[in-house]
Ligand binder design. Structure first.
Ligand code: F6P
Length: 542
């Protein structure tokens, strides 16, 4: 059972605020000014969070007493803060070239990162100029397939889609991730193997799903060259920290781009893991994405807690989770181009923060990661918003909007943003029974009251609004870096290691044991529990 204890200093504030409706908090006309923040292209509005000055002060004292600056500086300088794996956590070094502040990361790390960026740039230029063959690649490339899963898929996938208006011409991007063969099958029907470049992205180069899909694509390309493996190898690049395994698998050494142990998969889109993204948007835009993230890095390193966006975002989550006791958070981008943001954040936040012991192996003192879920608005309004407005559970929301769209359809965009603003307002304000009664059609008093009860909205439901000036490489980089540092801060506040993921291992090893029972190479089911045995038998019979 996960603990449901909350830090005791929150109790008096929760008690006081339980007697104040958000509607009343919002009567303070200066509240918006106090709880609205901006860094570059990102505006953060916390005015509809159920928090007041006293609670905010207590949270500030809590974070200030925690030496969060010391923890932050240890991360930026490359201390081995991922203690269970004895690794540094240096995704910020990947974008240090865009920072104004000098990077405290080890010099050799910065150098390797820059060399890799330059290799990526040379590759992009060669493809752009039609000189890919000089780099051992096919002469013409029209389609790029990124094979990877988790952090080797979600970041590039999110950004490639989000930055559609920035795509270079004549190059299509595809993402092959799940081990379900359906996706690979459809992709192969659609693409011309002779013009396809496959990037196998796997930090470990041992991930079952990625290697299976890699094998499928390699066989497909090889068939088009009458089984010649050397010809097929021209179509493959790899990104991995395990160069030896990538080579053994058949990727030419010159086609392997590095990943490093000091970068976690879910923080890796800024590295060569973002190769498919860099190919899709070009190097200049890829560098702008890094610069957008670096701007948030500089801000995180220099702003005091009460102006520091990652810090205040983490405090709001701490408050909702550990003070208000909420168990999930819905992320609702009002932008189709951000349709992959929620799944990206599910990995970033839940793989990082879904922990129940401290680095010393002791139980944590309070609940950790809430469930992160959601999907794009306005569609979400026509699916689960009913429950968010009138259901019994309170779910804090995060609305994300883009002020200037990349298309000319002004009235669509006005409708989109007005819905975003309306939902945040409706959730906070609600509608009282008396207001609902007033709206009920004239008639029998009892019937009017019954109807009004059903048309009453409790309100008092917290939300955050984030607005990007536009959806561009800089603002996307800033948005993602903001979430990364929020995750860092929550790991710090909750006393957990946000950078390992042992919880994923158990299922992986059981799947490896089950595989021989399904492919017929073993009949021995004695190692499995009765439920698993029965299902294996059903699958085998069919
Ligand atoms: O899901 C577990 C995980 O280890 C993630 O942390 C990682 O992003 C993903 O698998 C893919 O791993 P790899 O890049 O090694 O293939």
């Amino acid at each position: 059972m996960s603990p449901q204890r909350s830090p005791s200093f929150l109790a008096e504030h929760v008690e006081r605020l339980s007697r104040i409706h958000l509607r009343d908090l919002l009567k303070d006309t200066e509240r918006g000014d106090r709880l609205r923040y901006r860094v570059g292209p990102v505006l953060l509005d916390l005015s509809r969070q159920k928090i007041d000055g006293l609670a905010w002060k207590a949270l500030g004292e809590h974070v200030e007493a925690s030496d969060w600056q010391g923890a932050r500086d240890a991360m930026f300088s490359g201390a081995p803060i991922n203690t269970s794996e004895n690794r540094a956590v240096l995704h910020t070094a990947l974008r240090a070239s865009g920072s104004r502040l000098p990077s405290p990361a080890p010099r050799e790390v910065l150098q390797e990162v820059e060399e890799t960026l330059q290799r990526i740039e040379r590759l992009i230029q060669a493809i752009e100029r039609g000189e890919a063959a000089s780099m051992g690649l096919p002469t013409t490339i029209t389609d790029v397939v990124n094979i990877g899963i988790g952090g080797s898929d979600l970041g590039p996938r999110l950004a490639v889609r989000a930055l559609t208006p920035f795509h270079v011409p004549n190059l299509r991007s595809h993402f092959l991730t799940n081990v379900d063969g359906q996706a690979a099958h459809e992709l192969m029907r659609q693409l011309d193997p002779s013009r396809t470049l496959v990037i196998v992205v796997s930090k470990t180069f041992t991930t079952q799903e990625t290697l299976l899909n890699g094998n499928v694509m390699r066989d497909w390309i090889m068939r088009s060259y009458d089984g010649d493996p050397r010809a097929a190898a021209r179509h493959f690049l790899a990104v991995s920290a395990n160069t030896a395994e990538a080579e053994r698998w058949g990727v030419p050494t010159a086609h392997i781009y590095p990943m490093w142990d000091f970068v976690g998969g879910r923080f890796s889109m800024w590295s060569a893991v973002g190769l498919s993204l860099a190919l899709a948007i070009g190097m200049e835009h890829f560098r702008s994405l890094l610069a957008g993230a670096a701007r948030i890095d500089d801000h995180f390193r220099s702003a005091p807690w009460h102006e520091n966006l990652p810090v205040v975002l983490s405090l709001v989550e701490f408050w909702n989770r550990n003070g208000m006791g909420t168990t999930s958070r819905a992320v609702v981008p009002y932008a189709d181009l951000l349709s992959d943001l929620t799944s990206y954040l599910q990995q970033l936040e839940m793989e990082s923060l879904g922990k129940q012991v401290t680095p010393a192996g002791e139980p944590v003192a309070q609940s950790t990661s809430p469930v992160v879920w959601g999907s794009v608005g306005t569609n979400a309004q026509h699916a689960y918003f009913q429950s968010l407005h009138q259901g019994t559970d309170v779910v804090p929301l995060e609305f994300i909007g883009v002020v200037r769209p990349a298309h000319p359809l002004r009235s669509n965009h006005d409708a989109l943003l007005s819905n975003l603003l309306a939902q945040a307002a409706a959730l906070a304000l609600g509608k009282t029974f008396d207001e609902a009664l007033e709206e009920s059609p004239a008639g029998d008093d009892q019937a009017r009251r019954v109807l009004a009860a059903q048309r009453t909205f409790p309100g008092d439901r917290p939300s955050t609004v984030m607005l990007l000036d536009s959806l561009a490489p800089e603002s996307l980089g800033a948005l993602i870096a903001l979430y990364e540092h929020k995750v860092f801060m929550l790991g710090h506040l909750w006393g957990i290691n946000a950078f390992d993921q042992w919880g994923v291992e158990l299922g992986k090893s059981i799947a490896r044991q089950i595989m021989p029972a399904l492919d017929g190479s073993s009949d021995d089911l004695s190692a499995f529990d009765s439920g698993t045995r029965a299902l294996i038998e059903v699958i085998r019979e069919r």
